[in-house]
Design a protein around this ligand. Structure first.
Ligand code: NAD
Length: 492
């Protein structure tokens, strides 16, 4: 069994309390590693190291171009170790090797993109309305950033924060999910190899209350960049507001995947499958509500059942597996509870609806791919985030009703529309309240495309050029060129 250490100030260190947490493999149910159970003392050490790196020493003296070069080197090292890191993530979160390897192979692009962007942040000379001044703006790093991440895609979601934060010149303390910390601890070693000064990147693992909360509260932390559930996000925001800290929140979703009668129905069905059964539905952008136009409802449902029935479950390390286990035991129980709630509310089980007991699932936490028909949008199964392989099918008559149902949830992370009508695609993309709208595709993301939520799905945006601004603050500099004087008691 492997025992990991915290990563603070460029060194691997033991947690102050000398305690560890076991981490389980969701496919076998067995403990495969121990991760440090940090506490407020470790948080303080890490934040002090990050603050020191920010304010003194080589990182604070570097040019943005030099920071960019380090980010490039880090990207190269992730590319080199992609398979090893992906395998660690599969052992920890049970998602398919194909999925995690795809993510790890893609992650370097974030470091190359933001590495390139680091020295392209420009202030402006201001065309002032007042004579006798020269005035300009500077964009400076916000300070120490606390990154808090969930278990579903540990390094991808961490990277969405780390790459722009470091490009902006900030330093980072990250607290990964207690269920999937191993890959972040392995990744931390690459910072030293890439040549980052100690303290620029630190990892403190442990529980939300014992590590996350003191990290949010630490007076030297200026920004909290969080990805996780909206319940935790709200709590962190309240805590951060007491100290007027900046926050960015990437929260949950209940995304509508909308199939119109004029769509390529084969493609739409694949999009529906990808929306809810890829990653075992454990993705914030899961297309968990399939809205189908009345006229093609039976046809779409028939095709969907044909494909979903053949989904192969089993060992996530096998190339043939399509649906893996649920990542954590609490999450597994939560998904099963939702299956009961849905049937009690009158939703009809069209497929699955129970825990999986197939031999190929072994002792893993597997739920059968589940499809509910006759779902009303007001039901809990249509309103609450399940975060599992559970699809609700809802019928609609026309465009207006599709928009009304799609927007009638408190979330607004993503939405998709399947149609061959360009006018309809444009109208729908305007009317849907979501941070991302896909037309005739699903689950596409890029380092170049802003990502984030409307409504209860979050605050702020990750990815794209503007994401670097989330880690910068603007300073206006005024230089009196000598001509300005006058009454000191009035505004100049
Ligand atoms: P979670 O909210 O339970 O935990 C997220 C992180 O917060 C973990 O590291 C956890 O330890 C930490 N945490 C818990 N309590 C805390 C506290 N009081 N103070 C500080 N930190 C605390 O979420 P999860 O179950 O790990 O992840 C699933 C959720 O994440 C889903 O709701 C999903 O939609 C969301 N998610 C969102 C996105 C997105 O980009 N919008 C991406 C992936 C997942």
């Amino acid at each position: 069994m492997q025992r990991y250490q915290l990563h603070i100030g460029g060194r691997e260190v033991e947690p102050a309390g000398g305690r560890w947490l076991e981490t389980q493999n969701p496919f076998t149910g067995e403990t495969w590693a121990e991760i440090p159970r940090g506490d407020a003392r470790d948080v303080d050490r890490a934040v002090q190291a990050a603050h020191q790196a920010l304010t003194q020493g080589p990182w604070s003296e570097m040019t943005a171009t030099q920071r960019g070069q380090l980010l490039h080197r880090l990207g190269d090292l992730v590319a080199r170790d992609a398979r090893k890191l992906a395998e660690t993530e599969v052992r920890d979160n049970g998602k398919l090797l194909a999925e995690m390897l795809g993510q790890l192979n893609y992650i370097p692009q974030w470091y190359y993109y933001y590495g390139g962007l680091a020295d392209k942040v420009q202030g402006a000379v201001l065309p002032l309305d007042k004579k006798g001044y020269f005035s300009f703006t500077r964009h400076e790093p916000l300070g120490v950033v606390a990154a808090i991440t969930p278990w579903n895609s540990p390094l991808l979601l961490a990277t969405w924060k780390i790459a722009p934060a470091l490009a902006a010149g900030c330093t980072v303390v990250i607290k990964p999910s207690e269920f999937t910390s191993a890959s972040t601890l392995e990744f931390a070693r690459l910072f030293d190899e890439a040549g980052f000064p100690p303290g620029v990147f630190n990892v403190v693992t442990g529980l939300g209350d014992e590590v996350g909360s003191p990290l949010v509260d630490h007076p030297l932390v200026r920004k909290i960049s969080f990805t996780g559930s909206d319940t935790t996000g709200r709590r962190i925001n309240e805590q951060a507001a007491r100290q007027l800290k900046h926050t960015a929140m990437e929260l949950g979703g209940k995304s509508p995947n909308i199939v119109f009668e004029d769509a390529d129905l084969e493609q739409a069905v694949f999009g529906a499958i990808s929306g809810i059964f890829a990653a075992t539905g454990q993705t914030c952008i899961a297309g968990s509500r399939l809205l189908v136009q009345d006229s093609v409802h039976d046809q779409v449902v028939g095709k969907l059942l044909d494909v979903a029935r053949t989904a192969r479950m089993g060992d996530p390390m096998d190339a043939d597996t399509q649906v893996g286990p649920v990542t954590t035991q609490p999450q597994y129980r939560k998904v099963l509870e939702y299956l009961q709630v849905a049937t009690q509310e009158g939703a009809k089980v069209l497929l699955g609806g129970r825990a999986a007991d197939r031999p190929e699932c072994g002792k893993g936490w597997f739920v059968e791919p589940t499809i509910f028909g006759d779902v009303k949008n007001s039901m809990r199964i249509a309103q609450e985030e399940v975060f599992g392989p559970v699809l609700s099918i809802i019928r609609f008559k026309d465009e207006a009703e599709a928009v009304q149902i799609a927007n009638d949830v408190r979330f607004g992370l993503a939405a998709a529309v399947w149609t061959r009508d360009i006018g309809r695609a444009l109208r729908m993309s305007e009317k849907l309240q979501a941070g991302t709208v896909w037309v005739n595709t699903y689950r596409a993301v890029s380092f170049m495309a802003p990502f984030g939520g409307y409504k209860d799905s979050g605050l702020g945006r990750e990815n794209g050029i503007d994401a670097i601004r989330e880690f910068l603050q603007v300073k206006s500099v005024w230089i009196n060129s000598g001509a300005v004087s006058g009454n000191p008691f009035v505004l100049r």
